[in-house]
Ligand binder design. Structure first.
Ligand code: PLI
Length: 462
């Protein structure tokens, strides 16, 4: 190997100052725990989990800079200095002049849906997200998926599977009329598609289309920094721009954004709504006092807002965002060595196992992804999450199950929490489950909640 090729490895851009011990359990223990949890990984006790890849939401490790900021929390009921610092950073990094904090992302989704959607409206989006869609439906709207077809194919290696199909969008606008579309709901990277980004080129096309018909464009910017990083890495003309510059350019095309700060912002709680639309801002600022708290804390402590403000500064740092995405990539590369079927390209926040191909012998009605997530936990204590038929739920009008093309198990990486060795152990466990996959028989749902059933549904083994 030439000297030029030696420096390919990467390592975490931090060192560990405090550790949180994790409990080691036996297979027998985990079999019992999984049964008691109704084979739903959301219902497991966290202390019974060895490597927790359930979600990257609120599970991040904060830096010493963020922890130090907690001590500067100004816990005034009104007008705390942390609120103003956070607002300044929202303006600086997202480019949005108006800002309303919320306790987490779905509170912002609730408000924007209530403000913008009238019964009978249609909300086109690049694949649904669970909480986003339920708020759109509860406001009387109908979500319409206008993502490109490639996104529904786990094996298609299109670099920007989060793109909106302009033709699908224009067809919908012409069919229902622009007045029935309060806004286009764009997310990036697209969580349910496997963490797939959209390109700047696609965003510009969609922006022009919405301008042509006078339709608003809103952005779920929950993991926007990852999308900006993918644009920098993959899209022509962006390799010399910083992630911070790209993030700001992305946001410049949107009327407003909602954010779950529990992801990109490297904190454990928080969210916000930000916009350049003064009218929407006035309504959100008024509404937040009913559902969340005063407009200058939105259900958060002053110290939480301080950690968020500092997290914004850290999330765009090149070493942080590249390590984040490259850790996920490392996991994908290792799994592929065992021929484990995955969604390609690898996502920004997670690796998604393709349960349809992993458990080819199982019909979708037997919940392959739910079964696989339970088996992986039983094998090694690694906790992932179902993203398939259970998550997709039922059509609120017909009550029928919505059968998604993608039947996936998500292995999601909390930021700055696990090391390469954790990933190696996890990969070996999944390889083991893959070897014995034919023994997995599927599950029967025995309890089904009305909303977002994946969180609390219970199953028994067949
Ligand atoms: O969990 P919240 O309420 O802070 O945020 C809701 C939410 C909105 N948009 C997107 C793209 C999300 O991924 C999201 C929450 N995601 C979770 C909890 C996850 O595990 O992916």
């Amino acid at each position: 190997m030439s000297k030029k090729n030696i420096k390919h490895s990467w390592a975490e851009p931090y060192k560990i100052k405090m550790v949180e011990p994790i409990k080691m359990t036996t297979r027998e223990f985990r079999e019992k725990a999984a049964k008691e949890a109704g084979y739903n990984t959301f219902l497991l006790k966290s202390e019974d989990v060895y490597i927790d890849l359930l979600t990257d939401s609120g599970t991040n490790a904060m830096s010493d800079y963020q922890w130090a900021g907690l001590m500067l929390g100004d816990e005034a009921y009104a007008g705390s200095r942390n609120f103003y610092y956070l607002w300044d950073n929202v303006k600086k990094y997202y480019g949005m002049p108006y800002f309303v904090p919320t306790h987490q992302g779905r509170a912002a989704e609730h408000m924007i849906s209530k403000i913008m959607i009238k019964p009978g409206d249609y909300i086109p989006g690049n694949m649904y997200f669970t909480t986003t869609r339920v708020h759109q439906e509860l406001a009387g709207g109908t979500f319409v998926d206008v993502i490109i077809d490639e996104a529904h194919d786990a094996q298609n290696e299109h670099p920007f599977k989060g793109n909106i199909d302009p033709q699908k969008l224009e067809d919908l606008i012409k069919k229902v009329g622009p007045e029935k579309i309060p806004y286009v709901s764009m997310a990036g990277p697209v969580n349910m598609a496997g963490g797939q980004p959209f390109s700047m080129e696609n965003l510009k096309t969609i922006y022009k289309l919405t301008q042509k018909y006078g339709v608003k464009l809103w952005f779920d910017a929950t993991r926007a920094t990852e999308n900006a990083y993918f644009i920098q890495q993959k899209e022509k003309g962006y390799s010399n721009k910083t992630v911070a510059q790209i993030l700001k350019e992305i946001c410049s095309y949107f009327d407003g954004i909602w954010v779950s700060a529990k992801k990109d912002l490297l904190v454990n709680i928080g969210g916000f709504l930000a916009t350049r639309n003064k009218k929407v801002y006035e309504e959100a600022r008024n509404m937040v006092v009913i559902y969340e708290g005063l407009h200058s804390y939105g259900g958060l402590a002053g110290r939480d807002m301080e950690a968020m403000a500092r997290g914004i500064e850290e999330m765009v740092k090149p070493e942080n965002i590249s390590m984040r995405v490259r850790q996920v990539e490392y996991c994908g590369v290792q799994l592929e060595k065992y021929n484990i079927p995955l969604v390609k390209p690898y996502g920004g926040h997670a690796i998604f196992l393709d349960a349809k191909r992993f458990l080819q012998h199982m019909k979708q009605d037997l919940f392959p992804a739910q079964s696989l997530a339970a088996e992986i936990y039983i094998d090694s204590g690694v906790r992932g999450m179902e993203r398939g038929l259970v998550s997709s739920g039922r059509d609120p009008k017909t009550g029928k199950q919505r059968y998604p093309k993608l039947e996936l198990v998500r292995l999601t990486f909390p930021r700055r929490v696990y090391t390469q060795s954790h990933i190696d152990v996890m990969v070996e466990s999944i390889a083991e489950v893959y070897e014995h996959r034919k023994k997995i028989k599927g599950l029967k749902m025995v309890y089904e909640p009305k909303y977002l059933r994946f969180f609390q549904a219970r199953f028994v083994k067949l």
